[in-house]
Design a protein around this ligand. Structure first.
Ligand SMILES: [Cu+2]
Length: 553
């Protein structure tokens, strides 16, 4: 089998080649500890093919560094979340509960569910103290997808606080494959993130950079210096690029080969052997590592660039020489609608799509349900000095057809994806397929870019209901809601880059600052109320009418 020795992207385009890049460090005194494996989320109820869950966004505290605990957010956990496992064909009912002091949303990144409410972008806020019920049928093959907060333009800050969790789809094909699938024993989700700490606390405002925020400390499943105890010959790793800005350039010590078996939304048609793996924000890559050449007591490490990220401590294991079949997945590859023109999407500067910043009430494109179309996605950054922008589409999967008319990377052929890195000056052709109607966002997944407006939306039209319209969120409503929660005037809420006039950049980040704890919110509220004696607290009172589907007080 061919072994691919490189990252498939030009070194000049790597994040480390750019201004503002921050290398990783391990703070003094941090001991190695086992990789945290998020527990599996237990269902509330199972009724035949219907399964019921509750997901609660909550505040908590986490022992990340020695000394003071860090105030963090998570789903049914103080930080990140529990892992939700669903099966293809299942009808999934989820009660979304917001116990945070601010509004949030629950976005199913990689799940092909209807938009815009179930999808959980900015049109589907769940207000503090509220619950909202959604349901969907799992219509896709086995893969690691994820749930994260997406209340634009506060997505980056909420993800920074910890709101991200794995959503694993399983199916019969996966069950048949001779691959490790004993969760937490030989199969591990690996959520790759980075954070900066200020006196052990997160402070998004202090670290903000509109070009994308780098954290200085690695956080792998919430652990700074993790190791895995290897008790089987083969280990399966489900990597998730969960950082706001940082790319992960993974490779093993001693050039140990990784067999890549999956991408964002499916297995690959054929496994491939790689020495190096670049994972951009939002992307997922799935590999099997074979430790046959190691013995009890050995330690072998996974690096990003020259930084040691994760240790594998080898224990005694039984031989496992099961071979993967040549074909591990058969992607559907339906014909492209020949009547549809090729769509052209440009990613411009660090804050625009097709020359425009995001507007919540503007539909930028329409596509017919179940129609497969070509999208040519161009990164218009200067090819000498621009950056990779990870392009993501909600509620869809795509096949990567070509890069500048040439063959795509070997690990993005014949695999379903929803996020793809596009190099400066490069055009990537995608075959895009939506199997649910609604309004869906597409955007750069450098989260600061998306919050700044590098985002647009498409309406997927069911020919059976050609005139259907959707109630969309608007800037005034969401601004008033944030302002009310923070106890500040609407004009003082920072909405980066969106279609809002007269916003004072200097007054930004009340959101980031105030949201770090309820106490702080209360303090800010009290201070603000004292400072604005005439403030009318009812100014945001109409926000609960903004979307259908929200439960009521
Ligand atoms: Cu970008």
């Amino acid at each position: 089998m061919t072994v691919y020795p490189d990252y498939f992207y030009a070194e000049k385009d790597f994040d480390k080649s750019h201004m503002g890049y921050k290398p990783l460090t391990i703070p003094e005194g941090v001991e190695a500890q086992p990789l945290a494996v998020p527990p599996l989320l237990a269902p509330d109820k199972v009724d035949g093919n219907d399964i019921y869950y509750t997901i609660e966004a909550q505040e908590g505290e986490s022992q990340i560094l020695p000394g003071k605990k860090t105030k963090t957010w998570g789903y049914n956990a103080p930080l990140l979340g529990q892992t939700l496992v669903v099966k293809t064909g299942q009808r999934v009912h989820v009660r979304l509960k917001n116990s945070l002091p601010v509004l949030t949303s629950f976005h199913w990144h990689g799940m092909e569910v209807p938009g815009p409410i179930t999808d959980g972008g900015c049109h589907a806020p769940v207000y503090p103290g509220e619950e909202k019920d959604i349901e969907f049928t799992v219509k896709q093959p086995a893969a690691l997808t994820w749930l994260h907060a997406h209340p634009c333009p506060s997505t980056a800050m909420q993800v920074w606080m910890g709101l991200a969790m794995g959503v694993v789809v399983t199916d019969d094909n996966e069950a048949r494959l001779p691959i490790p699938k004993n969760y937490g024993v030989d199969e591990f989700p690996v959520v790759l993130q980075d954070r900066t700490f200020h006196d052990n606390q997160l402070d998004y405002r202090a670290d903000y950079d509109p070009m994308g925020v780098f954290g200085e400390v690695p956080l792998i499943n919430g652990v700074v210096r993790p190791y895995i105890d290897v008790t089987t010959q083969k280990v399966r790793l489900l990597f998730l690029g969960g950082s706001d800005r940082r790319e992960w350039r993974l490779h093993f010590e001693n050039d140990l080969t990784m067999t890549q078996i999956g991408g964002d939304d499916s297995f690959l048609r054929h496994p491939i052997d790689v020495k190096k793996l670049l994972i951009g924000p939002g992307e997922r890559q799935q590999v099997i590592v074979d430790f046959a050449g190691y013995k009890e007591g050995d330690v072998v490490s996974l690096y990003t660039d020259d930084f040691k990220l994760l240790e594998f401590r080898i224990h005694a294991f039984e031989k496992d020489d099961r071979e993967l079949p040549f074909n591990i997945f058969t992607p559907d590859d339906p014909a492209v609608n020949s009547e549809a023109p090729v769509r052209h999407v440009t990613m411009d500067d660090h804050d625009k799509i097709n020359g425009l910043r995001f507007s919540m009430e503007r539909i930028d494109m329409k596509q017919t349900l179940n129609s497969v179309e070509y999208w040519d996605v161009t990164n218009t950054n200067n090819s000498a000095s621009g950056m990779l922008h990870p392009f993501h589409i909600h509620g869809a999967h795509f096949l990567v057809v070509s890069r500048d008319g040439k063959k795509p990377n070997p690990n993005e052929i014949n695999v379903y994806k929803d996020t793809v890195e596009v190099g400066p000056g490069e055009t990537v052709r995608l075959k895009v397929y939506f199997q649910n109607a609604g309004v869906f966002m597409y955007h750069c997944h450098i989260i600061e870019h998306e919050d700044a407006g590098m985002m647009a939306q498409i309406q997927i039209v069911d020919p059976k209901e050609p005139d259907k319209t959707y109630k969309l969120m608007d800037m005034e409503t969401i601004t008033n809601a944030f302002a009310e929660e923070m106890g500040v005037e609407p004009g003082e809420v920072f909405m980066p880059g969106m279609d809002v006039e007269d916003m004072d950049m200097g007054a930004c980040f009340h959101a980031a600052e105030a949201s770090t704890s309820r106490r702080l919110v209360e303090a800010v509220t009290a201070a603000s109320r004292a400072g604005h004696a005439g403030h009318d607290a009812s100014s945001g009172a109409s926000h609960h009418d903004a979307t259908s589907g929200a439960s009521h007080h």
